[in-house]
Design a protein around this ligand. Structure first.
Ligand code: LLP
Length: 422
C-alpha cells in the first residue's frame, strides 16, 4: 500500500500530506495516522470474513484514539474493550453497544455495571469468581448478561513471551478442562446466560498453526458442550494476527479466514474476531526530530526527541520498527550504523541498535513506521514529557486528533494539599 512513501519533492508523505508540513504545524514528536490505511485494512478483513458472516470487533487497546475508532466504526466495526474507559471510548466514537464485547481478567463491579447498563453484546468471563461476581451484579440490576467463557486452550502462540496469553501458566481464561463444569454453572446462576465461548491466545502471531490448534480445541469444546445439552451460539476467536515489522511473512486476512472456516466454520455459531494490531499498526508512524548526533568511542548515537515514553515497544519487547528519514536520502551517501535513542534517563530508552541509516544530522526528521498499534496508547509522561499529539491524514487533509496538553493543563491535574499552599 503506497501511503507512507516519498513524494516527487523527496519528502515522506502520509497519503497526500508531507510529514514535514505536519511537523511544522504540530511540532515533534507526533503520531500520524493515515485514514486510508485504516479503512483499507478493515475492508480487507471484512471481505475475508464476509462468507463467515463474522462480526469484526476492533480491539481498542491497539489504538483508542476517538478518530481512529470512529473511522473504523463508520466501516461497520464493532469493538473489543477491556476496561470501562475503553467501553466509554467505543460508545463515544459511535460503536453501537450491540457490537461491543468486553474482555479482560479483572473487570471491576463498576465496570460490569457500566457494561450491563449499556446492554452490550457480550461479556467474556475469565474465571469462576468473575462469573459469580457478574451474576450478583446483574441479578441486582434485574438484568441478564450474555456471557461467553474465555477458554485457556494451553496453546503456544509462538510469539514474544510478554504477549502470549494462551498457555496454562498465563493468567488468562478458564482452563480448557474446567469449561464444561463452568458452562453448566453459568447456566444455573441467576443474572447470566452462557451464549458461547471466547479465546485469544496472544498477539503478533505470524503463523496460522497456533490459531488452528486453538480453533480446533474450541470446536471440540463446542461439540462436547452441545452433547451434554448446552446451547453454544457464539464463538469469539480473539485477535492476534501479526503484521510485518521487518520481513516476517504474515498470513493475509484471507488465509486467516480460511483457517477459521476450516476449523469452526461448520458449527453454525455466530462468529466474532477481535483484531487490533492488524487493523491499525501499518496506519501509523511516529515522527521525531534528530536533536544530536553523538559519536561515541565505538558507536554513533542519533539522539531523537521521541523516547521510550512515547513508543515503548522497542524498550519493552525489543521490538523492531523500521526508521525512515523524512527527507529522501541521497542515494550516493552510504548508510552508517546508528544507535537511535531518546532523551529519557535510562539506557533502555533505545529504539534501535546498530541500525543502518543514511547519514543523519541534527534537525533531520525521522519516521518510525508501523507505529499505529500499541504506540500512543502505551505512552506515559515519564520524565515529565507530555503525551505527544496525534494527527490523522485523509487525502490532502489533516487534523490534530489529540492535541499536546499545555503546561497549565498538566499542572492543574495536581492540586497542592492545603498544608503546602502558601
Ligand atoms: N483480544 C484480546 C482479548 C486481547 O487481549 C488482545 C490483545 C486483542 C484482542 C488484540 O490482539 P491483536 O490483534 O492486537 O494482536 N502491547 C503489545 C500487544 C499486547 C496485546 C494484548 N492483547 C505489543 O505492543 O506488542
Amino acid at each position: 500500500m503506497t501511503v507512507f512513501v516519498y513524494g516527487a519533492d523527496g519528502v515522506l508523505r502520509a497519503d497526500e500530506v508531507d510529514l514535514a508540513t505536519i511537523a511544522q504545524a504540530v511540532d515533534t514528536p507526533f503520531y500520524c495516522y493515515a485514514s486510508t490505511v485504516l479503512t483499507a485494512r478493515f475492508r480487507a478483513f471484512a471481505a475475508a470474513v464476509r462468507p463467515l458472516n463474522a462480526l469484526i470487533c476492533y480491539a481498542l487497546k491497539a489504538n483508542g484514539n476517538l478518530a481512529v475508532i470512529r473511522t473504523l466504526a463508520r466501516e461497520g466495526a464493532g469493538a473489543d474493550v477491556v476496561s470501562g474507559g475503553e467501553l466509554e471510548r467505543a460508545l463515544a466514537a459511535g460503536i453501537p453497544p450491540s457490537r461491543i464485547v468486553f474482555s479482560g481478567v479483572g473487570k471491576s463491579p463498576a465496570e460490569l455495571r457500566l457494561a450491563l447498563r449499556h446492554n452490550i453484546l457480550q461479556i467474556n468471563v475469565e474465571s469462576v469468581p468473575e462469573l459469580h461476581g457478574l451474576s450478583a451484579v446483574a441479578a441486582d440490576m434485574g438484568t441478564t448478561a450474555a456471557v461467553a467463557l474465555r477458554v485457556n486452550p494451553d496453546v503456544d502462540a509462538q510469539t514474544h513471551k510478554k504477549i502470549a496469553t494462551g498457555r496454562r501458566e498465563n493468567k488468562f481464561g478458564i482452563d480448557f478442562v474446567d469449561i464444561p463444569e463452568t458452562y453448566a454453572l453459568a447456566s444455573r446462576l441467576p443474572g447470566v446466560r452462557p451464549v458461547g465461548l471466547a479465546v485469544h491466545i496472544g498477539s503478533q502471531i505470524t503463523h496460522l498453526s497456533p490459531f488452528r490448534q486453538a480453533f480446533v480445541a474450541m470446536a471440540d469444546l463446542v461439540c462436547a458442550l452441545r452433547s451434554t445439552g448446552h446451547a453454544v451460539e457464539r464463538l469469539d476467536l480473539g485477535g492476534g494476527l501479526g503484521v510485518s515489522y521487518r520481513d516476517e511473512g504474515v498470513p493475509a486476512p484471507e488465509a486467516y479466514a480460511r483457517c477459521v472456516a476450516e476449523t469452526v466454520g461448520g458449527l453454525g455459531c455466530h462468529l466474532a474476531i477481535e483484531p487490533g494490531r492488524a487493523m491499525v499498526a501499518e496506519a501509523g508512524v511516529l515522527v521525531a526530530r534528530v536533536l544530536y548526533v553523538k559519536a561515541g568511542i565505538d558507536r554513533r548515537f542519533a539522539i531523537v526527541d521521541a523516547a521510550m515514553n512515547d513508543l515503548l515497544r522497542p524498550s519493552l519487547y525489543d521490538a523492531y520498527h523500521p526508521i525512515l528519514p523524512v527527507r529522501q536520502p541521497d542515494p550516493v551517501k552510504a548508510p552508517e550504523p546508528y544507535d537511535v535513542v531518546g532523551p529519557v534517563c535510562e539506557s533502555g530508552d533505545t529504539f534501535a541498535v546498530d541500525r543502518l541509516l543514511p547519514p543523519l544530522r541534527s534537525g533531520d526528521l525521522v519516521a518510525f513506521l508501523a507505529a499505529g498499534a500499541y504506540g500512543a496508547v502505551m505512552a506515559s509522561e515519564y520524565n515529565a514529557r507530555p503525551l505527544v499529539p496525534e494527527v490523522m491524514v485523509r487525502g490532502r487533509e489533516f487534523a490534530t486528533v489529540r492535541r499536546r496538553p499545555t503546561l497549565a493543563e498538566r499542572l492543574a491535574q495536581e492540586p497542592m494539599p492545603a498544608w503546602l499552599r502558601d
